[in-house]
Design a protein around this ligand. Structure first.
Ligand SMILES: [Zn+2]
Length: 69
């Protein structure tokens, strides 16, 4: 059983050649962007440093502006 690595770590040039269609599904309508690599994905767990793409939400370490609703 292979260890599940973050999306960021799994996507290599070799991976893309073999799994391009899968990759397309992953990055379709992304909800999160990785602050570290700049990759996008629908699931936060797929990124090593996920930040929501929704406007108004900023990384916690960028000013510390909280938004509760
Ligand atoms: Zn990353």
């Amino acid at each position: 059983m292979s260890e599940e690595k973050p999306f960021c770590k799994r996507v290599t040039p070799g991976f893309l050649k073999k799994n391009l269609e899968e990759y397309k599904e992953w990055v379709r309508e992304p909800l999160y962007v990785c602050m570290k690599c700049g990759r996008v994905a629908r699931r936060a767990r797929d990124l090593c440093r996920p930040v929501s793409l929704e406007s108004g939400l900023k990384p916690a370490d960028e000013g510390g502006r909280e938004e509760t609703s």
